[in-house]
Design a protein around this ligand. Sequence first.
Ligand SMILES: [Zn+2]
Length: 149
Amino acid sequence: MSTSIRRWVETDTGHRVPNHRSKCRNLHGHRYRWEAELEGEVVTREGVSEEGMLIDFGDVSEILEEQIHDVVDHAFIVYEGDAEAMQALSVMGDDHKTLVVPFVPTAENLAKWAFSVVESHITTAYGNDLRLVAFHVRETPKSCASWRL
Ligand SMILES: [Zn+2]
């Protein structure tokens, strides 16, 4: 038995899937939703702000803002092995917001990446069981990928 919560942030982010057989090989972007799923036991200490919560939603939001939103919002995510896109982005100059990653930036791979980025920041001050168990990346209203333990 456990309790789970979810919290997300949204970003406008560009990417491309270089080997895709169709339109996803074009440079394009999405309104991404980055959703963390946490599981554990609620805080039982009486009188504290988090009593009855796994963690304050605001604390999760702050982590997602710093670790995900501020890194990829209005940025272009590019696979380091995508020579054409790397070359195109190189002419944009150093102040262009580019995130180079060692994987093809599909929703599936981005979910795994986001999980690894956020996991170590999920902590509790009250000793209650609390862990990140999944990360969900919604690329379009109809398309969502998850990475879970
Ligand atoms: Zn896409």
